[in-house]
Design a protein around this ligand. Structure first.
Ligand code: C2G
Length: 434
C-alpha cells in the first residue's frame, strides 16, 4: 500500500484545496492530511486564519478523499510524521517548490501544480469586513503599527494626521500611508479605528474626539493623568458602543499569558515579591516616563492585586520631567518594587518570587519571548518560550479583530479597573516632590 501525506491550513476550504487532495489521493492508496494547529499557524506568522481548527478538519473530512487526519502542531513535525506513518510520498502545492527538498531523504517529494485564480487570502479579502486604521501622531515613528497591522486579515493603516505638517509629510512618505490629512475631522471620518500616538497631554482630547465620532480607539497608555478623565472616556466608549483599547501589547503575547497563568493560578505558590525595572529601549524618544510606568504597573496589579496597604514613591526630577522613580508597594503578604529609568538607565528585568518558585524575565521583558522558572532544589530552570517577530502589535490587532467579530467592546487584556488604577497611581507619582 502506497501511503501519501500532505499538509495545509485549509482555511475557507475551496476548490484549490479540493484539487490538491484529489490528486494527492490519486498518487497512492492511503491519504493522510496534516491540518495546521492554531498555535502552529500563529507561530509561523499566519494570524489571519479565519476558520477554527475543528471547522478546517471537518471540511477536509467532508471531501471523502482522506483516510486519516492529523494535526500539525510544531515546526519540524513533518519528519517525525513521515517516519511514524511510514509514508511513501509527500505531496504539496508548487507554491512550496524547493522548500521541502530536504524531505526527499525520507520519502518521495512531489510538488503538484497549484490551482490558479483562487486562494484563502483572496477569499478572506472578499468575504470579510475591512478596517481602515488612521493614526494621530506627533512623531515620525509609527510604533511598528503599519507593518504589524498588515499581518492581520482585514486591517490596514490607511490614514495619518499630524498637526505638524513636517511630521505628517515625513510619516506619510516613510510608511507609504495612502492618505495624509491636515484636517482631523476628515481623517476620523475616513477611519474605522484611530490609533492615538502622541504626547500624554494631548491624548485625552484626541481620544474623546474620536469616541464622539463613534470610531474605535487604540491609545498609547496612559490616556491621561486624571482618573476621572479616564472614567469619562470609558463611559463614552460604552455609550457609543465602540472599543477603547489601551496599547499595552504584553497582555496579548502568549508567553505573558503563560506567566499570568502560573502566578495567578498558584503554580509558584503564594507570591512574596514582585520586582521589576525598565528603561526606554529607544534613546531618541524623550519623556516616556509615564508610558514606561504603565507597562510595569499592569503586571504588578495583575499578579499582586490592587489591594496594597501602602505605597511609597521616590522620584528624581529635572524640572517637570521625572528622570528616575522607585515605587514601592506593601501588600498584606508581600512587596512590589518598581524602578523606572527615563533618563537614568536601569537594567530591564522582571522577577517574581513565590513560595514554590521564582520567575525571571530578562531584557525587554514587556515584549518578551521567554521566561525561566526556578524551582527550589532544582538545578536547571524550566524555560517557557514562544517565538514571534516584531513588537507584538499584531497580537493586539488580532485581539481587536476577535472583539469586533464577537461584538464585544470591553477588552479582557487590560480590565477597566486596572486602567483606572494605573492612572490613579501615576497621578500620585506625578505629584510627588523630589
Ligand atoms: N493549494 C492549491 N491551490 C490553491 C491553493 C492552495 O493547490 N489555489 C494547495 C497548497 O499548495 C497546499 C494546500 O493546498 O498544498 C493547502 O494550502 P494552504 O491551506 O494555503 O496551506 P499552506 O499554508 O500552504 O500549508 O505545514 C503547512 C504546509 O506546509 C502548507
Amino acid at each position: 500500500m502506497k501511503k501519501i501525506i500532505t499538509y495545509g491550513t485549509f482555511d475557507l476550504f475551496h476548490k484549490g484545496h479540493y484539487n490538491i487532495l484529489k490528486r494527492a489521493k490519486e498518487y497512492g492508496d492511503y491519504l493522510i492530511v496534516g491540518v495546521t494547529g492554531e498555535n502552529y499557524d500563529i507561530g509561523r506568522g499566519k494570524l489571519s486564519v479565519h476558520d477554527t481548527l475543528a471547522t478546517r478538519i471537518e471540511n477536509v473530512k467532508n471531501t471523502g478523499l482522506v483516510d486519516e487526519i492529523i494535526v500539525e502542531e510544531y515546526l519540524g513535525q513533518k519528519i517525525g510524521d513521515i517516519i511514524k506513518y511510514d509514508i511513501d510520498a509527500f505531496v504539496i502545492g508548487d507554491d512550496w517548490v524547493g522548500k521541502f527538498d530536504h524531505l526527499s531523504r525520507y520519502c518521495n517529494m512531489v510538488y503538484l501544480e497549484r490551482t490558479k485564480g483562487i486562494s484563502s487570502t483572496q477569499l478572506r479579502e472578499e468575504t470579510f469586513e475591512n478596517y481602515d486604521i488612521g493614526i494621530i501622531t506627533d512623531e515620525i515613528d509609527d510604533n511598528e503599527l503599519v507593518k504589524e497591522a498588515k499581518l492581520v486579515n482585514g486591517f490596514q493603516v490607511k490614514n495619518v494626521f499630524s498637526d505638524d505638517k513636517k511630521i505628517l509629510d515625513a510619516f506619510q512618505e516613510r510608511y507609504n500611508v495612502e492618505n495624509e490629512f491636515e484636517n482631523l475631522n476628515e481623517m476620523i471620518e475616513q477611519s474605522d479605528i484611530v490609533y492615538i500616538h502622541c504626547a500624554i497631554e494631548k491624548r485625552f482630547n484626541y481620544i474623546r474626539k474620536v469616541l464622539n465620532a463613534g470610531k474605535h480607539v487604540i491609545y498609547d497608555s496612559p490616556a491621561t493623568f486624571k482618573s476621572n478623565e479616564l472614567e469619562e472616556l470609558i463611559n463614552l466608549a460604552k455609550e457609543k458602543n465602540v472599543i477603547l483599547m489601551e496599547n499595552i501589547k504584553m497582555v496579548h503575547i502568549y508567553v505573558f499569558n503563560q506567566l499570568l497563568w502560573m502566578t495567578q493560578g498558584g503554580l509558584i505558590g503564594d507570591i512574596l515579591s514582585f520586582n521589576c525595572s525598565i528603561s526606554k529601549d529607544d534613546e531618541n524618544r524623550s519623556n516616556l516616563f509615564y508610558d514606561l510606568s504603565a507597562l510595569t504597573l499592569l503586571p504588578m496589579l495583575k499578579i499582586m492585586g490592587q489591594d496594597y496597604e501602602n505605597a511609597d514613591f521616590k522620584v528624581t526630577k529635572e524640572g517637570d520631567e521625572i528622570e528616575f522613580a522607585s515605587m514601592n508597594f506593601v501588600y498584606p503578604n508581600g512587596r512590589a518594587v518598581i524602578n523606572v529609568g527615563n533618563v537614568v538607565r536601569v537594567d530591564n528585568q522582571l522577577e517574581i518570587i513565590g513560595t514554590k518558585g521564582t520567575i525571571r524575565m530578562r531584557g525587554n521583558w514587556w515584549r518578551s519571548k521567554n521566561f525561566s522558572l526556578h524551582k527550589p532544589g532544582e538545578v536547571d530552570a524550566e524555560l517557557y518560550n514562544t517565538n514571534f517577530e516584531g513588537n507584538g502589535f499584531k497580537y493586539l490587532i488580532k485581539a481587536m479583530s476577535t472583539m469586533l467579530k464577537n461584538n464585544r467592546i470591553e477588552s479582557m487584556g487590560v480590565f477597566e479597573d486596572e486602567s483606572i488604577k494605573i492612572v490613579e497611581i501615576l497621578e500620585k507619582v506625578k505629584n510627588t516632590q523630589n
